[in-house]
Design a protein around this ligand. Structure first.
Ligand code: AMP
Length: 122
């Protein structure tokens, strides 16, 4: 995977900069959050670092604050969505076997209904 200087931007960078008008549920200096365009559950939010990090394999030690912020924002958004008590799932896919489609890491926050087993049987 290319490093961050040469990695290609995805649509998520345009959403973060609001060049594409997707409503932001949250934004600070490190992360942004918006609803998934194709929700897989009643509630499906993406928490994304503002910095382009293509995959989990590209996370560096200097990104630890950002990665931690993604989780504290996920927790707050789960509460705001009213799904915190019943529970939810946080997912981050990596590369082909993980089913990653957008090469700008993102934490899926999914919930609002029972989600079943973690992995579908093959
Ligand atoms: P992943 O397969 O983990 O890379 O997930 C990519 C996610 O991005 C999918 O759930 C898509 O539905 C979602 N997605 C793609 N384009 C957009 C967009 N323009 N706005 C919001 N979500 C998007």
């Amino acid at each position: 995977m290319a490093d961050n200087n040469t990695a290609a931007e995805t649509i998520f960078s345009k959403i973060i900069r609001q060049e594409i008008p997707a409503p932001l549920l949250f934004q600070d200096e490190l992360v942004s959050a918006f609803r998934d365009i194709s929700p897989q559950a009643k509630s499906h939010i993406l928490i994304v670092p503002n910095k382009l990090i293509p995959t989990v394999n590209d996370i560096e030690a200097e990104d630890e604050l950002t990665i931690g912020r993604m989780f504290t924002v996920a927790k707050k958004l789960a509460k705001a969505e009213g799904i915190a008590e019943d529970g939810y799932r946080l997912i981050m896919n990596c590369n082909q076997h993980g089913g990653q489609e957008v090469y700008h890491i993102h934490l899926h926050l999914v919930g609002g209904e029972p989600l079943g087993r973690m992995l579908n049987p093959k």
